[in-house]
Design a protein around this ligand. Structure first.
Ligand code: NAD
Length: 498
């Protein structure tokens, strides 16, 4: 059995802990590896090496840091297919989908390559007679990222390129369900010339998470995962005096108005609901059909959902792969069973799907339920699987009221041909990321990503300008020079940065 190790001080290590976690191949249903699970001593070792590395990295010039970022970008860009295959084998998603996630992660690296510009401070001349003020930002120290299973490359990449570019040392605690991609990323950073200890991978479960949250030498924690754990991480790390951003779960609504292009809308919604087997924090999981849009929309969704090609992620034809574990499959099917018992109409039933040749795989086919009401757990809970529920309302105002009553506020979308309706929607919903005829409005890397309400605890969104702000703190200097300094020695060569 292959063992997936930590990456500490620039090399793989099994650490001192003897606990191991199973890593499954969701398409075959068989265990393919085991991953080491960190204990307190492993965490201390990892953080010590990061502290040592930080003291040198924080003084590396912007030019030197930027060159490492550019080198990392080139290496990652050349290994997209390799990363995508590793993601697919442990997560289950289709390789084409995994490629998309790597490319979106790469975009954050490209954003971070602009760090010299992003870290420019301000200067105010002559704020008083002979007195000037300038501001600049400095790294925090050792910062940690704790990430979910559903984007094993992209979500960590929302964090580490920006944190490292800002001059921090970064400790990644990836999901223990699909840990291999992080080891490839660690190798890539090393090949790019990043000094040992600036990027660390510490595998583990809640033992490692608690050790990170309490560790006195970790200055900040970025977390992405489910809402209950995000809330826990935010409270515990804040109590330990750390800066925290904790992104949580979601229930993303798509509102469909009668004036929408229903053919286009149905195609978009199907891809957004069932892509990656619904295991995306920005997946559309609830359709709110307004008035006369409902009947034709449900008919169009039914036809498309029933024809999705479900299979192993490595097959080129596959549109939707398995879900991540047997436990996830059983949990998702349980929701559908109870939803039907509660009175929802099951329009497409994927509960009994078997994929020939992959009978033990963790497959659930697309499930579509109509007549869902706000009290049903099908609607109140994040199911995180290929389950799309339809609620029917009479007006746009009612639809907005439904969205705003939800405790989640990650993403939402409206489908309409009315600019006035779209404008009302974007101004009134209490949600962080909004699509207009765009079902998965994930911001580009140069904007920041984040939800409202129980979808994000903390006051800064992730990556983009807010990411730079999160991983640095500001100084403002007020200066006066009563005597002129002596002249610099002259140099005859053209000045270059080192
Ligand atoms: P999860 O909350 O189970 O796990 C996330 C991380 O927390 C993992 O690293 C895991 O090891 C750790 N963890 C799990 N249980 C813990 C515990 N009891 N104590 C301490 N740490 C614990 O989430 P998941 O199942 O891996 O990922 C899916 C969830 O992530 C969904 O809810 C999804 O919406 C959410 N998500 C949100 C975003 C976003 O941007 N808001 C993005 C991706 C995923």
């Amino acid at each position: 059995m292959r063992t997936i190790e930590h990456w500490i001080a620039g090399r793989p290590t099994t650490g001192s802990g003897d606990r191991r976690g199973a890593v499954w191949n969701p398409a075959s249903g068989h265990q393919q590896a085991e991953v080491v699970l960190a204990d307190q001593a492993d965490t201390d070792l990892a953080v010590r090496s990061a502290v040592d590395a930080f003291s040198a990295w924080r003084t590396a010039s912007l030019t030197a840091r930027t060159r490492v970022l550019f080198a990392f970008r080139e290496i990652m860009n050349g290994r997209i297919d390799e990363l995508a295959a590793v993601i697919s084998d442990e997560h289950g998603k289709a390789v084409s989908d995994a490629r998309g996630e790597v490319v979106r992660g790469l975009e954050v690296v490209e954003f971070a390559c602009g760090i010299p510009h992003l870290l420019k401070g301000d200067f105010s001349d002559q704020i008083s007679a002979g007195v000037d003020t300038h501001s600049f930002r400095q790294p925090l120290g050792v910062v940690a990222g704790i990430t979910p299973f559903n984007f094993p490359v992209m979500v960590p990449a929302w964090m580490h390129p920006v944190a490292i570019a800002c001059g921090n040392a970064f400790v990644l605690k990836p999901s223990e369900r699909d840990p291999s991609a992080s080891m490839l990323v660690a190798q890539m950073w090393a090949e790019a010339g990043l000094p040992a200890g600036v990027f660390t991978v510490l595998h583990g479960d809640r033992v490692a998470v608690d050790a990170i949250l309490d560790h006195p030498d970790i200055a900040a924690v970025s977390f992405v995962g489910s809402t209950p754990i995000a809330s826990y991480v935010h409270r515990r790390a804040s109590a330990a005096g750390k800066r925290v951003q904790a992104l949580g779960g979601a229930k993303n609504h798509a509102v469909v108005l009668p004036d929408a292009d229903l053919d286009f809308t149905a195609g978009q919604l199907i891809a957004a609901a069932y892509g990656s087997a619904g295991e995306r924090c920005m997946a559309i999981s609830a359709v709110v059909a307004v008035d006369s849009a409902a009947d034709p929309l449900v008919a169009a969704l039914k036809e498309r959902a029933a024809s999705i090609r479900v299979g192993p992620g490595r097959d080129a034809d596959t549109e939707m792969g398995p879900v991540v574990t047997a436990h996830a499959r059983d949990r998702i099917i349980g929701y559908v069973d109870r939803g039907v018992a509660a009175g929802a109409a099951l329009i497409v039933d994927g509960r009994d799907l078997t994929v020939p040749g992959h009978e033990d795989g963790f497959f659930v086919g697309p499930c579509l339920l109509d007549g869902v009401t706000p009290e049903m757990e099908l609607y109140t809970d994040e199911i995180f699987g290929p389950v799309l529920v339809v609620l029917r309302v009479a007006t746009l105002r009612e639809a907005i009221g439904l969205i705003n009553a939800s405790p989640y506020g990650n993403g939402t979308a409206v489908f309409t041909s009315s600019a006035a309706a779209a404008r009302q929607f974007q101004r009134e919903v209490t949600v962080g990321m909004i699509g207009i005829n765009v079902p998965i409005p994930v911001p580009m890397a140069y904007y920041s990503f984040g939800g409202w309400k129980d979808s994000l605890y903390g006051d800064r969104h992730i990556h983009g300008p807010e990411g730079v702000s999160f991983y640095t703190r500001a100084k403002v200097v007020t200066s006066r020079w009563p005597h002129r300094a002596g002249p610099e020695p002259a140099s005859y060569h053209f000045p270059t940065a080192t």
